[in-house]
Design a protein around this ligand. Sequence first.
Ligand SMILES: N[C@@H](CCC(=O)N[C@@H](CS)C(=O)NCC(=O)O)C(=O)O
Length: 118
Amino acid sequence: MFIIRWVLGRIILFLNFVFAPKKLKRPQEEQQKIDSATSSMTIYEYKACPFCVKVRRSLRRQGLNIVTLDAKQEPHKTTLLNEGGKLQVPCMKIEENGQSTWMYESSEIISFLDKKFA
Ligand SMILES: N[C@@H](CCC(=O)N[C@@H](CS)C(=O)NCC(=O)O)C(=O)O
């Protein structure tokens, strides 16, 4: 089972690399404003998770530079579990006014970012 999942993961990564979406290019000033807005966001992910790949592709399409953390590694795994509430990826942490919101579900993350930055 582990081997099958590992092979499928590599296939997903390979296809994602070959068919990488075009990264949106913005004027530098506009991109800086967006980078500043996204600096409060972090995405916890697994590299070969298909839902995480879907989110990463969307980030590229939207030209969003959001930091991603590997939730298989410590301390990110424990942080996600303890602060987010469950070990499920992708999960986006949004920090605002000293408060953190943890958003699970790839479709919800993509549509949130689409609405905010489209
Ligand atoms: N409906 C969720 C599915 C996410 C999901 O199933 N993620 C898997 C990895 S591909 C997960 O986190 N499983 C828990 C684990 O591996 O511990 C989404 O679209 O984000």
